[in-house]
Design a protein around this ligand. Structure first.
Ligand code: ZN
Length: 204
């Protein structure tokens, strides 16, 4: 009876791939949280969740929009839930995930680093070992306008560094070893050409 009141589910967006210019641009800060921005965030969350590989984070440039906005969902699953001590950031943010962060920045980072394998929804079939700070101090605003400053570690800390890199036009492949990049080179080249062909065909 009330079917007409149901709000349509946000539509999934296409994740752009390596070779798309939006991935290499410096993204602009958000000045006002508009309804359009809220819709973009909702669509990005659906896109992150419904990708063939479920992502733990997505940055606006990955859907071709160069604004400083990211969505994250790094909640641990199953046995992982109690296996690590939560950082203050995870304790605060896990219950709010999937979460949108506006103008996220890292204000300080630990000297201690950790190495782990990363991938990216914009670079399917490519992975590599990336060394990142073990802990970072995140500063960001939520869609509700709440300002956060909290220390984040574990997968959340890594994901934030990866996604904030996207806002500066940096991809994880810029941080892998020369050797790994050589191995990935043919895949990257194919991807870049395919994406550029796609862009060119859409112009006509
Ligand atoms: Zn990525």
């Amino acid at each position: 009876m009330f079917d007409f009141l149901q709000i349509a589910k946000p539509r999934r967006m296409r994740v752009v791939r390596h070779g798309h210019p939006a991935l290499r641009k410096h993204s602009e800060p958000v000045t006002t949280i508009t309804p359009e921005l809220v819709t973009l965030a909702e669509r990005m969350i659906v896109t992150m969740q419904e990708n063939e590989i479920v992502g733990v984070g997505l940055a606006a440039p990955q859907v071709g929009v160069n604004v400083r906005l990211i969505v994250i969902d790094t909640r641990p699953e199953g046995e992982a839930v109690n296996s690590v001590a939560l950082s203050p950031g995870e304790a605060l943010l896990n219950p709010r995930m999937p979460l949108t962060l506006v103008n996220p920045e890292i204000v300080s980072r630990s000297g201690e680093t950790e190495c782990a394998t990363e991938g990216c929804l914009s670079l399917p079939d490519v992975s590599g070992e990336v060394t990142r700070s073990a802990r970072v101090m995140l500063r960001a605003t939520t869609l509700a306008g709440e300002e956060l400053q909290v220390e984040c570690a574990n997968l959340l800390g890594r994901c934030l560094q990866h996604e904030i890199d996207h806002l500066d036009g940096v991809l994880f492949i810029d941080r892998i070893s020369e050797e790994e990049r050589k191995i990935a080179a043919p895949t990257l080249e194919r991807m870049e050409k395919a994406e550029q062909r796609r862009l060119a065909s859409r112009r006509h």
